[in-house]
Design a protein around this ligand. Structure first.
Ligand code: DP6
Length: 349
């Protein structure tokens, strides 16, 4: 027999950033973080997993290309953790026992519905989808809420937040085995219907420092990082959850921009400094700040991860005006460095 499951998982955008680990192998963070999960029809990973006694070895294909599993400790850790928890399954009149599921080999094929070249958090959606679909395939259920998010965390820290929709907190946890470093939904998909997310894809040919390598460098060299983790983020987490609960866009936007800017300040405080934003990113910041200053209130808020792409939040009433401003500053006919955003313009419908 062959059993298979296909699932789709969206990526998430952190508004309070995770940057820095206290444990590299278990991927335990130095601070908690909070994110918004995008609509699964926008930036998402789709993964098919299959198990069969006919398979000779575990195999993995990413975007149609076979990737060696032995090269990825993180992938192996996720696979092992789900496999250990396998139960029996029954599907289409066929059965597989727990022993069979633990010994049969697994094939995984995963695709992103957006160009990986765009540098948009693909590992978050990818590992979340891998763990979710494997759990379905092997009949794994959570003993405690968040167990699966702790497994996804072993693939990539930010992946743990993609197992839930809406607004999600990743609790840093205290335990050394990581069992309390799990994701938790703070508000559902329907909580804030007029909040809009726009992704502005910035063309960038230069090779980025991966977030994994970048945060290692920051932990080693940035004095600002520890200050941020200990003295800034805990209060911001509380304020951000309050802003979300109250659907307070002024507070949400101010905190989102402040936290993105402090994350990039930490990157600049790293030795050697890391520059994820480029001129186009800074131009987006300029146009948003100028609009907000003119309006005397926050109309839009930007956030940037480990790359130059801008993620913009606004309310539905201001969506048209935001798009017009972007189009004015970055006309599509022009060969500006920012020209792909219209494609993936609207998220979180
Ligand atoms: C800037 O989750 O990609 O996007 O845990 O090493 O895989 P690893 O790092 P990753 O880091 C994400 C960093 C960030 C902020 C965030 O998503 O919170």
């Amino acid at each position: 027999p062959i059993f298979s499951v296909t699932a789709r998982t969206p990526t998430n955008i952190a508004v309070i950033k995770y940057w820095g680990k206290r444990d590299e192998a278990l991927i335990l963070p130095l601070n908690s973080s909070l994110s918004v999960t995008l609509d699964p029809n926008d930036l998402a990973a789709t993964t098919t997993v299959a198990i069969s006694p006919a398979f000779e070895e575990d195999k993995l294909w990413l975007n149609g290309k076979e990737v060696s599993i032995s090269d990825s400790v993180r992938y192996q850790n996720c696979l092992r953790a789900v496999r250990e928890r396998a139960q029996g399954i029954e599907a289409g009149g066929e059965k597989a026992s727990q022993e069979q599921l633990r010994s049969w080999r697994i094939h995984v094929a995963s695709r992103n519905n957006f160009p990986t070249a765009a540098g948009l958090a693909s590992s978050a959606a990818g590992f979340a989808c891998l763990v979710f679909s494997l759990a379905q395939l092997l009949g794994v259920t959570e003993e405690r809420p968040g167990d699966l998010s702790a497994i996804a965390r072993l693939g990539s820290g930010s992946a743990c937040r993609s197992l839930y929709g809406g607004f999600v907190r990743w609790n840093m946890g205290q335990a050394s085995d990581g069992h309390d470093s799990i994701a938790e939904q703070v508000a559902g998909e329907e909580h804030w219907p007029d909040l809009r997310v726009l992704v502005a894809v910035v063309n960038d040919r230069q090779k980025d420092t991966s977030s994994t390598a970048g945060m290692q460098q920051s932990v080693r060299t940035s004095p600002l990082l520890l200050h941020r983790a200990k003295a800034v983020v805990p209060e911001r987490m509380v304020a951000m959850e309050r802003a979300i609960a109250a659907r307070d866009f002024q507070a949400f936007g101010a905190l989102t921009m402040a936290d993105s800017n402090q994350f990039h300040a930490t990157c600049l405080d790293t030795s050697p400094p890391i520059f994820y934003m480029n001129d186009a990113s800074r131009q987006v910041i300029g146009l948003v700040e100028q609009w907000n200053a003119q309006a005397g209130e926050i109309k839009a808020a930007y956030t940037f991860d480990a790359g130059p792409n801008a993620v913009l939040f606004c309310l539905e009433a201001d969506r048209g005006a935001l798009l017009r401003r972007l189009l004015y500053h970055f006309p599509p006919s022009d060969s500006t460095p920012l020209n792909e955003y219209v494609e993936s313009a609207e998220l979180l419908k």
